[in-house]
Design a protein around this ligand. Structure first.
Ligand SMILES: Cc1cc2nc3c(=O)[nH]c(=O)nc-3n(C[C@H](O)[C@H](O)[C@H](O)COP(=O)(O)OP(=O)(O)OC[C@H]3O[C@@H](n4cnc5c(N)ncnc54)[C@H](O)[C@@H]3O)c2cc1C
Length: 603
């Protein structure tokens, strides 16, 4: 059993008989945010915390620690959306972590923060303290940053800032750089530079734009993956008797007492479906991620009343925003090949077994080589503000403006539309800004060039359609429902082509194989995107948004669920809008801040 390792001070349980009847705090979801909060609250030995996690502890397999290896599929859960009109009625997968540590155990290890403007927009949506200045101390608190090796610094002079100031130096999550790189990455930077996209050596200081070498979530010393489990849970698991974690069980319902106080949760065994109840003396904290937290709330009677009553669920709080405002970042995987490219490419890891074995050997001996580069995309990215994507950006914004109400079904509660209008006003200034990006282009030196539309105006939903907690909720990304999203995607494809045909990339003999040179008119590019893009960049957020209640918000600026007591949400669902960056570093920062907010309430 995976639990034997923890004996005799075992705090990981797999059956309910070992649990107490009540805990001060019950955390639903032992993923990224849940483990941060569990760790911080149990710093006080008088506070007891139970984490209930659907997945199990990872077995510390090579795939969860060596950046260059693929993660064991058993830790990744795949759910499927309803057909997406904007994708010519195709469905799209949503991947999430199904393991203690959640998404960070299986993610692509990009560890870049969003732009200051992204978090400032959160604050402007009515959340004092949640802007860049308010969050920066928590980004730092979660991180131990290590600058690149001299070898990487010499290979890419000036590409990575050695300035430690914006970083944390003693937090739980390692943040560092792969210490080996494919030499062709130089052409990536030179290509962008040649078409006017500057190299940004310090993308973690609020200016997350330009072409840069991203920090990755890894410990520099041994070049192994840093995830929430090994950063926030394993180091304390045996030592803190006040922290219990039950694996393999899912929270199915929050039970409310007088004045809508969350008093206990029901949770189910993943193997037997047997349901148990455990009491919360202080609070229930939801950390099941942007996909699952709305499900728990709706099953518990907190959500849009019409939906709840249609399923026969008694409404505890009519909160129309639960499950709405869903955001993810649609992604198109363009394909290229390279005529003059003889050096090993990232694709060799899969196609050349003896080379891959040799690299693994180098990794284990010296913690260097190609296996230090995350397999899901490398570390090299370009984050383009709209004005870098197209010089016509102002007319693109004007020509795609729509009546916000027309983007939602007629039955949508007015508060959701009001909140969306508040967001679109901020989005407009974001689209005009040179300080935050709309498109992300990654290249690890191989055939695939992902293009992620990281600043969507479209909004989807996550809603239950059954009272059965073992059925996943309905995922509707509503991809490309706002015309600006497809317009930005089309302009971005053209921009990537400009980069691919810049002299430094041409020198590699770069040829686009998908969509391909014959796909050239705007209409053709649009169809190629609609036929091939996927809805998610694996960054689902905003389904329990921190916004005013009259704007369809679900939690206040202290992350308390409106209309309830003793109930908060701390996961990526609380982001009012997605950030133009990868989400994990923001999730850690939000959860660190959440823990401080919860502790402040003790006094
Ligand atoms: C394949 C993939 C690649 C990614 N790549 C990157 C990347 O390169 N860089 C980056 O920054 N971000 C990336 N992300 C996103 C990032 O990892 C997530 O944004 C982050 O982990 C979300 O944290 P969370 O706490 O909101 O949710 P999670 O970490 O998903 O935690 C939620 C936890 O709740 C559990 N759970 C769900 N339902 C229940 C229930 N009912 N009861 C109990 N437990 C439950 C889940 O098993 C999970 O462990 C990626 C994600 C994936 C899946």
């Amino acid at each position: 059993s995976p639990f034997n390792r923890h004996a005799p001070l075992a705090v990981v349980f797999d059956h309910t008989g070992q649990l107490r009847e009540s805990y001060d705090y019950i955390i639903a979801g032992g993923g990224t945010s849940g483990l941060v909060v569990a760790n911080r609250l149990t710093e006080n030995p008088r506070i007891s915390v139970l984490v209930i996690e659907r997945g199990y502890l990872d077995g510390q397999e090579n795939g969860t620690s060596v950046p260059g290896l693929s993660v064991p599929t058993k830790y990744v859960r795949t759910d499927t959306s309803v057909p997406q009109k904007g994708l010519n009625n195709r469905t799209a997968p949503l991947y999430t972590g199904d393991v203690v540590g959640g998404g960070t155990v299986v993610n692509g290890m990009f560890f870049a923060r969003g732009a200051a403007a992204d978090y400032d927009a959160w604050e402007q949506l009515g959340n004092p303290g949640w802007g860049w200045d308010g969050l920066l101390p928590y980004f730092k608190k979660s991180e131990t940053f290590t600058p690149p090796t001299a070898e990487i610094d010499d290979m890419f002079p000036g590409v990575i800032s050695l300035d430690l100031e914006p970083h944390g130096l003693d937090g739980p999550v390692g943040s560092s750089f792969s210490n080996c790189q494919y030499p062709v990455i130089e052409n990536f930077y030179a290509g962008w530079k040649s078409i006017g996209v500057a190299i940004n050596p310090q993308p973690n200081n609020g200016e997350a734009t330009g072409a840069f070498y991203s920090t990755m979530s890894a410990y520099a010393k041994n070049q192994s993956r840093a995830h929430a489990s090994n950063a926030y849970y394993r180091p304390i698991a045996g030592a803190r008797r006040n922290l219990h974690l039950i694996a393999g069980h899912s929270v199915s319902k929050i039970n409310f007492g007088e004045k809508n106080r969350a008093v206990s949760v029901d949770f189910m065994s993943g193997t037997t479906n047997e349901t148990s109840t455990v009491k919360a003396d202080c609070e229930v904290i939801l950390a099941a991620g942007a996909f699952r937290t709305p499900q728990i709330l709706q099953l518990s009677g907190v959500g849009p009343e019409p939906l709840l009553s249609s399923l026969g669920i008694k409404t505890v709080v009519h909160l129309p925003g639960v499950g709405s405002n869903f955001q993810d970042q649609p992604t198109l995987y363009m394909q290229f090949r390279y005529g003059n490219y003889t050096f090993p490419t990232p694709d060799w890891i899969f196609s050349n077994a003896s080379w891959a074995a040799e690299q693994l050997d180098i990794y284990y001996k010296n913690r260097t080589g190609i296996m230090t580069i995350p397999y899901l995309g490398g570390s090299t990215v370009a984050f383009l503000p709209l004005q870098n994507v197209t010089s016509d950006y102002q007319s693109l914004i004007t020509s795609t403006s729509v009546n916000p109400s027309s983007l939602f079904p007629p039955s949508t509660h007015p508060s959701i539309i009001a909140g969306y209008i508040a967001q679109t006003e901020l989005l407009r200034s974001i689209y005009l800004s040179s300080h935050t990006a709309v498109a992300e282009i990654a290249w690890e030196g191989g055939d695939t060039v992902p293009l992620a539309m990281i600043r969507p105006s479209s909004r989807g939903s996550i809603n239950i359609n059954t009272t059965n907690p073992t059925s996943p909720p309905v995922i509707d990304f509503n991809t490309f429902s706002h015309p600006i999203d497809i317009a930005i995607a089309i302009a971005s494809v053209k921009k990537i082509r400009e980069w691919a045909s810049s002299p430094p990339m041409r020198a590699l003999g770069t040829i686009e194989t998908f969509p391909g040179a014959n796909v050239s008119s705007v209409a053709q590019i649009e169809q190629a995107i609609r036929n091939a893009a996927t809805s998610s960049w694996q960054h689902p957020t905003s389904t329990t948004a921190m916004m005013k209640r009259e704007w369809g918000g679900v939690v206040d600026a202290e992350l308390r669920v409106y209309g309830t007591q003793g109930l908060r949400v701390v996961d990526a669902g609380v982001f009012p809008m997605s950030v133009a960056g990868h989400s994990s570093s923001s999730v850690y920062a939000v959860a660190e801040k959440a823990a401080d907010i919860i502790k402040a309430a003790w006094i």
